[in-house]
Design a protein. Structure first.
Length: 192
């Protein structure tokens, strides 16, 4: 059949051409290479994966949480833990059914239908660090992020700062990344 190659080309063109038209969708942004400590949201939708996440602290890290901030973005809300001291933080972030303080076993009352436990690895005890610890409200809230009911402080125990994020949603997806200068641990939580 002599027309078979022509039919194949026409079929291929029919599949490709509809994607070449213009529509109201925003232009794609250039993709970037990411590592386990970076995340991008090219399509403005929030993270979808709600599995536990972890990363290792740098050797000799001795960090103190100095600030906690919340922010709203298209597709996700962000919690930023600003750190002072030396090194790069590690983390263990996962959903938990009960907020329980390390060491004491004391229950922490967290508002919301889901609790995300954030454990910042490479933390210094307050009495071992020259960096003043965060002295802001407990919990930290922001009306621009209504899905986040609060970020709750806990304790530093055995090199780990523990915190809980209360959420008014059923275990939405999240990502974890770090930023530098100053060191920060960033938790992005889907809000759509």
């Amino acid at each position: 059949m002599r027309n078979a190659p022509v039919l194949v080309l026409i079929a291929a063109a029919a599949l490709v051409l509809p994607s070449c038209g213009s529509d109201d969708a925003p232009a794609a942004t250039p993709s970037t290479t990411t590592t386990s400590t970076a995340s991008t949201f090219a399509d403005a939708t929030g993270p979808r994966d709600n599995d536990a996440k972890s990363g290792e602290a740098s050797n000799g890290a001795a960090l103190t949480v100095t600030d906690v901030r919340l922010g709203h973005h298209s597709g996700y809300d962000r919690v930023v833990y600003t750190l002072g001291g030396t090194g790069t933080p590690g983390w263990q972030v996962a959903y938990t059914d009960n907020a329980v303080q390390d060491a004491s076993g004391k229950a922490v009352d967290v508002a919301g239908s889901s609790i995300l436990e954030v454990r910042i690895l490479g933390s210094a005890y307050p009495f071992d660090s020259p960096v003043p610890p965060f002295a802001g409200p407990d919990p930290v809230t922001d009306p621009s992020t209504p899905r986040i009911t609060g970020v709750y402080k806990s304790v530093v125990y055995e090199g780990v700062t523990q915190s809980f994020i209360g959420l008014d949603a059923d275990r939405p997806g999240f990502t974890v990344s770090t930023l530098a200068d100053p060191p920060r641990l960033v938790v992005d939580i889907a809000n759509d």
